[in-house]
Design a binder for this molecule. Structure first.
Ligand code: CP
Length: 315
């Protein structure tokens, strides 16, 4: 089977078998990172544009590395230096870029739905690299890849996602992705940072951290999204940290061997103690490493790469 889509806009619309296809393809791609010469010709002649309207370290860099290791031409547009700074609309930017015939545009934007606008206007494949508080599908894919790599399976595992759920596109994409592959999800945060109608999302929700982390296989900690949050939702960061921060002491109440994840960027000492972030259960840097392999797989498949050829393409 192949990917049955031009774009990757959400994980909510991605069937479970396509998730598995991307993760399996990423396994073939991962080995390239360990080579002296990290370059295969799979995307030679293809053009990828990174169009980031919001800051990013991990996502933008890993898409650039992924494209370059596959021999694509990768162009990074800094929106502060582009015509958007002169008032150009997103639609006009999309049409302008399309006139230069890119194969893939990777977009991050503060507005939910911005990638859909480009997908409707462009024949290039559009990848959502995070749109407002809506979705961050490639983050969820790399998280699933990292979990599967550690446990050898996904179905039947339990995860707690803790923090600012209401404003988190990572939480939303992971919730959809984890449920599609048969995982159980618990959401935890202050009542003001849980989405309205949280029970309709298909996950248990609690405001009690100890209850959330009991017996789970994975704890995924999230940052407080101060840039998307109105005032008055939290009494203080110190209070938040006391009730919802993952400390060594709190971790003792979790299952032996529980894995700790964080999409980054982390606020050490707020949602996660430095000793936990750097401790033996943390797989936070594995998530970063795997982001390159997963994005390579996605670029390969969206540009017409056949799954059966992935191993040969990486050879
Ligand atoms: N996880 C994530 O999206 O990180 P960046 O904002 O650094 O891309």
């Amino acid at each position: 089977m192949a990917l049955k889509r031009k774009d990757l806009l959400t994980i909510r619309d991605l069937p479970g078998e396509e998730i598995t296809l991307i993760l399996d393809t990423a396994e073939s791609m991962k080995e390239i990172a360990s080579r002296d010469i990290k370059k295969v010709p799979a995307l030679r002649g293809k053009t990828i544009i990174n169009l980031f309207y919001e800051t990013s370290t991990r996502t933008r860099t890993s898409f650039e590395i992924a494209g370059k290791w596959l021999s694509a031409d990768v162009i990074n547009i800094s929106t502060s230096a582009a015509s958007v700074a002169k008032g150009e609309s997103l639609l006009d930017t999309g049409r302008t870029l399309q006139a230069m015939h890119p194969d893939v545009v990777v977009i991050r934007h503060a507005a939910a739905g911005a990638p859909q606008i480009l997908a409707d206007a462009m024949s290039a494949s559009i990848i959502n690299a995070g749109d407002g508080a809506h979705e961050h599908p490639t983050q969820a894919l790399l998280d699933l890849f990292t979990i599967r790599e550690r446990f050898g399976r996904l179905s039947g595992l339990k995860a707690a996602i803790v923090g600012d759920i209401a404003h988190s596109r990572v939480a939303r994409s992971n919730l959809h992705g984890m449920r599609k592959v048969g995982m159980e999800v618990r959401l935890c945060g202050p009542a003001t940072l849980l989405p309205r109608h949280v029970e309709s999302l298909g996950a248990a929700a609690t405001t009690k951290m100890d209850e959330a982390i009991r017996d789970v296989d994975i704890i995924m900690m999230l940052r407080i999204q101060q840039e998307r949050m109105g005032s008055g939702l939290l009494p203080s960061l110190r209070e938040y940290s006391r009730l919802f921060g993952l400390t060594v002491e709190r971790l003792k109440r979790a299952k032996e061997g529980v894995l700790i994840m964080h999409p980054g960027p982390m606020n050490r000492g707020v949602e996660i103690a430095p000793e936990v972030a750097d401790g033996p259960y943390s797989i936070i840097l594995d998530q970063v490493t795997n982001g390159v392999a997963v994005r390579m797989a996605l670029l390969f498949l969206l540009t017409g790469g056949q799954p059966a050829a992935a191993r040969a393409a990486a050879a």
